[in-house]
Design a protein around this ligand. Sequence first.
Ligand code: PMP
Ligand code: GLN
Length: 390
Amino acid sequence: LAGEDGSTKPTIFAEMSALAAATGAANLGQGFPDEDGPEWIREAAIAALRSGENQYPPGRGALALREAIAAHQLRHYGIALDPESEVLVTVGATEALTAAILALAGPGDEVVTLEPFYDSHAAAIAMAGATHVTVPLAPTDDGFALDRAALDAAVGQATRLILVNTPHNPTGAVLTRAELAAIAEAAARADAVVVTDEVYEHLTFDGAEHVPFATLPGMRERTITVSSSGKTFSLTGWKIGWATGPAQLIEAVTAIKQFLTYSGGAPFQSAIARALAEGDGDIAALRETLDRRRQVLLDSLAAVGFGTVRPQGTYFVCADATPFLNADVPDGAAFARWLPAEIGVACVPLAAFCRAGSATADRLRNWVRFTFVKDDATLATAIERLAALR
Ligand code: PMP
Ligand code: GLN
């Protein structure tokens, strides 16, 4: 894994959060909320701790949580799942993704992802010894869009897995039904399994519809859906995630997962079971708050002179920093490392979500990502400081 992709170094999120802490910068880099999720859900975890839910939960996850995940998928998307065989609880979405990739891909297999991609996707493909092939999401007037010709060129006989991520980190794109249908067609043609990372499933804006990949015609049987409570309930440190899909695929993921962690987070599993059952109102409130903050950040970045693309989902706004670059600060990566000490704000370069030297890395070389999942005071401080760039 110690490769040219730098996978043994701290992640870009850890690096930028450390830089933000060292410089006192407002941290709009790493995507985690600085306001904890609902108190009643935290109280539910305390109650579970007190009532003795402190030993290993079952390897597949507490039954109450598996039932709540199945009920959530049915209520929101009409996806029916057997909690016994089609739901697996994991230590965050990260473990579900890594276990799925390790279970299904190996040397000689190609795994196709979008580019830019979330960092752990590439690391897990490298751990599996598989070959990473990418399909660009490119900025357009309407947001970041899938390059269909590149998709058709990327998916072929050697494709074992296609990794989808919608709503998409870092671009904030919510893939359209037509884009997902094109991926579905390619998956069927190559007889590939699809792993879909839907951790931002509830965080969509402007009326954009989140279309779960498993709901596309014919796709349920070849799709592993991954999500997590971290983003939905602003409890990222609890690391309660899950994978759902056909029994045979979930069994393969479980076979790996049992030797990664076996199980985790007993009292949190119990609390998230309740959150999924009773927390729809909290989810709606979070989406409204984030929508407002998204608009504030977008307007402020544009006013300072960044080129921006309006995100339809996630925690993130991508911005073109070209107007602020010069010989000393020549690209987005340099800008992200310069900004905390000089201006007092942290962000993340989009190059960190791209393969070194790829066409997408080149196209996005001047771009950075800012998160708006911060409290109003932090956002206001960041915006005030960014005005100094003008
Ligand atoms: N996938 C994406 C696209 C993410 O942005 C994140 C983290 N924010 C994860 C997976 C990891 O989720 P978890 O913290 O539940 O492991
Ligand atoms: N998903 C978060 C982000 O994109 C980071 C989570 C992490 O640091 N692993 O910023």
